[in-house]
Design a protein around this ligand. Sequence first.
Ligand SMILES: Nc1ncnc2c1ncn2[C@@H]1O[C@H](COP(=O)(O)OP(=O)(O)OP(=O)(O)O)[C@@H](O)[C@H]1O
Ligand SMILES: [Mg+2]
Length: 450
Amino acid sequence: MSPAPPPDTAPVIFVDDEEDLRRAAEQTFSLAELPLLPCATAQEALAHVTPAFPGVIVTDIRMPGMDGTELMEAVLSRDPDMPVILVTGHGDVDLAVSSMQRGAYDFVEKPYNPARLVETVRRALEKRHLTMELRALTAGASEGGDDPIANRLIGRSAVMARLRADLRAVAATHADVLIEGATGTGKEVAARALHAASARAARPFVAINCAALPDAMIESELFGHAPGAFPGATRERYGKFEHARGGTLFLDQIDSLPLPVQGKLLTALQDRAITPLGSNEPVALDLRVVAASKRALAEAVAEGSFRDDLLYRLNVFTLRLPPLSARREDIPGLYQILLAKASAQHGRPVPRVTTDDLARLAARDWPGNVRELRNEAERAILGLDRSDLPQPTGRLSDRMAEHERGLIAAALAANSGVIKATYEALGISRKALYEKMQKHGLDRQAFRSD
Ligand SMILES: Nc1ncnc2c1ncn2[C@@H]1O[C@H](COP(=O)(O)OP(=O)(O)OP(=O)(O)O)[C@@H](O)[C@H]1O
Ligand SMILES: [Mg+2]
């Protein structure tokens, strides 16, 4: 999987049968430092178009042979997300509008202002770049088909790739595992992925948070008890170890385990057997223990709150999950995937995200790591104010524009991006809707339900 090139290096296919216009475009685009592929015919242009083509297309409509709208249809049948910008003759508004409905990204009227064409092309390149990046990520997320590790632990960074490889290697063994990492870095995700990728996948995954139980209860929660083991223990009760039989037991926040219980856990791990409270009958264990801790257990050992022999028993395999700030290159893609997930979950459209937005997100600190990024994506989907954006105290005109954009986006979403239904619902003309969508950077493709 190779990363999508940044928007400014992807080529622009420019199709016009008139040589003078191709020459002029070459000058315009070379001044703008955008690589151009001039083509005299639609066929010539099509030769470059595959779903892997990272650039965009600008085409004249009226040409001998295959015309611009036919070219557009051929392009969109190869890749429905490819931005095609049509150059229309003066006064061809109807043609422009119907082309937009059939999937054109935008149109410019002849004679066009070069600066305006370049601006439209840059926007289209940005959109193309985001599409390609999202595709690369989703492809990465399903590398190896339904590999549960690749699907759940997303990230293109070298640290994440190494982590996935380590998890796969450990999944194939019987070893117990320690996972260390700050809050929200994905410790539980990693533990569940490890279970799902192991031979124990069909057996239970049982999680227990050692910090959430009172000290007095934790021992019987883990190991169970015999009837009469303590006052109130009228019946036999299975512990988490027995519930997890054959599967994986996830001991979260293991550093909170009281010292006496640590001793009993060590014995259980060494003997691969447990003895329920008030019983003399050891029960054989067939399970994998995965322990997790937010802080380095070595620190807890140094403090005297964690047994060193238990640490050595657990840290044969230690997986360390990096904070999000140590893998910032993963933030844009992860954010887009989390947006797509939240959008599916809440049945809401994905809002427009620019490369600037993504760069700003990637630069932030993220003390809550992936969980905090997921919350940010949820807020964006639900249309709640983002903490890093200025509060809406701007000029009335800006706030009204923002409000208008929201109403139009909602109508587009309600009508699955169908233009006619949307302008009718809003009680405005077709032309007015196109103008407003363009002004607010709304793309009907984002609202389509198919
Ligand atoms: N690499 C990843 N790819 C996709 N989603 C992730 C990744 N890492 C974490 N997440 C998501 O982030 C959230 C937090 O993950 P998780 O609960 O595993 O964190 P944790 O390390 O157990 O945190 P805590 O220590 O606070 O319990 C979850 O919604 C999870 O789905
Ligand atoms: Mg957790």
